[in-house]
Design a protein around this ligand. Structure first.
Ligand SMILES: C[S@@+](CC[C@H](N)C(=O)[O-])C[C@H]1O[C@@H](n2cnc3c(N)ncnc32)[C@H](O)[C@@H]1O
Length: 659
């Protein structure tokens, strides 16, 4: 090879890389072909071809090229790293780990190699080594998204047998990571705090640990960054709140007020779900009145602080007459605890009220079921969330190829058009917007309260590629447009005729476009049906009081059988989610057989179920149906689900419109 042709190949590779970055796969492939014609073994060309196939979701071809790249340039750490990623996607965890380790021996301390190693070790159940790898990656690059997510993910799954200072330090570190999924840490943190303070025996909250809570950084992070999903912790916190609310005015120590400030945030996040007896409700009403009178009299912040911090455990300060005055005070005079509550329950509320006025609407909502569903979500927007874990941007093809190795994704254009139908308060939207930062996203929902919440959160997260609109899916044809991907999770089953809604959305999908749908499983929601029957039989209303009463009943009666599962569901622990779970105005259930029939009616092709691989369900299915390598036979899935009694309460399924 002459120097001149080497130079030409290098230039051609640069151009191929540029095309790849812009998502122009055909052009990249054409340039790579030219290099291969001149130099079939060129390792850099094989590396790039491997990346290209990986981005297009073609793991087998990616593996072939990356194997060549590693053979041709065994000392290149990047090639080993990328080869490891593809091997991991193909389920070859041990080989992936070997290549990550080689990459690290060639380039010690590389954060990406360490993070990938952490994920692979975590998948194999080697949690200590996984944590170590993530920890090293974070030391090298504190902002590394994958390492932050992985570190918190592994920690969230750990339950110590006894209190461990080391675990506490690690949990605190994870709560401090902005990109981590803090919700994932909730159960582990509650468990460890339970061990630390002896809360494991359903402590009624009358032991005076408020001063300890006030000084405990893990308690503070736990109460203010995630929703508690631990029943014993709930008993304890409910008792603690009761004691703080019933204490005589003026008797609270500074520590007790600090603990109340933290608990107030928890109560705001869980939408005041803790059970309260009448005497506590009356005491809270008196405190609210005292606060309103003090506000009306123009009292200073020192007079307002105690009633505000105590009342905020029972309701949002935004609902207190005259609370606008609190929003006008600066952070320094409010102090950190009251300032945080004023921001969450007054300023954010005012910001949403202003955003609400700006929401585009596609026309009146006339369908009776849509009107009832809308009313529910105007009252309880779903879900209430404070932050969202980061996402690694990824090409849609690579994601699909990674999830469904037997599916060949189409070549999507460089700018995806995405519709999120039933976007709720935007948590799901944020996930999609961060995964596809170049995409144009339209998000529609019935509820303006939900959309306003979502718009505020998009602003907070700096996500500007989403447009929101109030629209009924039934009327969405009027929106027009042709989408590469439509996602509708937890939505269609709330329509009177889900197939009708699905048909409207299918009409908006481009040929070759893909759908992600979340639909309730009839078999998987047997426990919910049982709870709903009980609620109906006892005439319990879907109001906040009704929800609290029903929860109290389950928590004190501790039923067995299917109902016991309800208490283990994270959705049981906030008002909007609990209402969604057990008190929905309208819900349908389906089965794989019915999904097959619906897909046939709509002319769509099934791609697969998203969440079954990690849950180990695919492995069990493969054993039962070795002939269905693509895992797409919905009759088999139906029989499999029936045999296993329902293993998932909502299917996350992907399908496509033929080209
Ligand atoms: C359970 S929430 C799910 C929100 C979001 N997809 C998520 O997973 O977080 C259901 C949402 O669908 C919306 N929804 C229900 N029926 C709808 C319809 N016919 N048209 C538009 N949105 C609808 C509701 O207003 C609600 O915000």
């Amino acid at each position: 090879m002459t120097e001149e042709s080497s130079r030409k190949n290098a230039e051609m590779l640069d151009r191929a890389l540029d095309c790849l970055r812009r998502g122009r796969f055909q052009d990249a492939a054409g340039r790579l072909e030219k290099v291969f014609d001149a130099e079939p073994e060129n390792p850099a060309a094989h590396h790039l071809a491997g990346l290209m196939h990986h981005q297009r979701g073609r793991a087998a071809e990616a593996r072939r090229h990356l194997e060549q790249a590693v053979k041709g340039a065994p000392d290149n750490p990047e090639f080993h790293l990328d080869f490891g990623v593809v091997l991991g996607d193909l389920g070859r965890a041990d080989d992936a780990i070997r290549h990550y380790r080689t990459a690290l021996s060639l380039a010690p301390g590389t954060p990406a190699a360490l993070a990938n190693l952490g994920f692979a070790l975590g998948d194999k159940g080697d949690y200590a080594q996984a944590l170590d790898a993530f920890g090293q990656a974070l030391s090298a690059e504190p902002g590394h998204i994958g390492a932050q997510l992985g570190f918190a993910h592994i920690l969230g799954g750990l339950r110590a047998g006894h209190y461990s200072q080391e675990l506490e330090t690690a949990l605190l570190r994870a709560f401090g990571l902005v990109h981590a999924n803090h919700a994932r840490l909730a159960a582990a943190a509650a468990h460890l705090l339970g061990l630390k303070y002896g809360l494991s025996q359903a402590v009624p909250g009358d032991s005076d640990i408020a001063p300890d809570i006030a000084k405990d950084a893990l308690f503070e992070a736990f109460l203010t960054r995630c929703v508690n999903i631990d029943v014993r912790m709930e008993h304890f916190l409910t008792g603690l709140r009761r004691r703080l609310v019933l204490a005589a005015p003026g008797s609270h120590s500074a520590d007790a007020l600090k603990a109340a400030g933290l608990l107030g945030v928890q109560c705001f996040i869980n939408e005041y779900i803790f059970f309260r007896q009448a005497d506590e409700t009356e005491a809270a009403a008196r405190i609210k009145k005292r606060l309103e009178e003090a506000l009306a009299a123009g009292a200073g912040v020192e007079t307002l602080r105690e009633p505000a911090l105590i009342y905020a455990m029972h309701g949002p300060l935004g609902a207190v007459r005259g609370a606008g005055a609190l929003a006008g005070l600066d952070s320094e005079s409010l102090g950190p605890d009251l300032d945080r509550l004023v921001r969450l329950t007054v300023r954010d509320h005012l910001a949403e009220a202003a955003l609400r006025e700006k929401i585009e609407t596609s026309g009146p909502i006339t369908d009776a079921t849509s009107q009832a569903v809308r009313a529910q979500y105007e009252e309880n927007p779903y879900p209430r969330w404070l932050d969202a874990p980061a996402q690694q941007p990824a090409s849609l093809s690579a994601l699909l190829g990674g999830m469904f190795p037997h599916f060949t994704p189409p070549a999507f254009g460089p700018t995806l058009n995405i519709l999120i139908a039933g976007s709720g308060t935007g948590q799901h939207v944020a996930h999609v917007a961060r995964t596809h930062p170049q995409a144009n996203i339209l998000a529609i929902d019935l509820s303006k309260a939900s959309i306003a919440y979502a718009m505020r959160m998009m602003e907070k997260l700096g996500l500007s590629n989403v447009r929101f609109m109030q629209a009924d899916i039934l009327e969405a044809a009027a929106i027009g447009g042709a989408f590469d991907m439509i996602q509708s999770v937890g939505v269609l089953h709330h329509m009177k005729d889900p197939l009708r809604g699905w048909r409207v959305l299918a009409g908006l999908l481009k040929p070759g476009g893909v759908f992600k749908l979340g639909l309730y499983s009839g078999r998987g929601r047997r426990h919910v049906r049982e709870a709903r029957s009980l609620i109906e039989a006892e005439g319990i209303e879907s109001s906040a009081d009704g929800i609290a009463a029903f929860r109290h009943k389950l928590l004190t009666e501790k039923p067995g059988g299917d109902l016991a599962r309800i208490i283990e569901t994270p959705d049981f622990f906030t008002t909007s989610m609990c209402r969604d779970l057990l008190f929905h105005v309208h819900e349908h259930h389906t089965t794989p057989k019915r999904i097959k029939r619906d897909l046939a009616q709509l002319g769509l092709e099934f791609i697969g179920f998203e969440q079954f691989e990690e849950a180990g369900i695919n492995d069990a299915y493969r054993q039962a149906y070795p002939g269905d390598a693509a895992l797409t036979d919905l009759d088999n899935w139906d029989a499999f689900e029936a045999a296993h009694g329902g293993f998932i309460d909502m299917y996350l399924l992907w399908c496509r419109k033929p080209e």
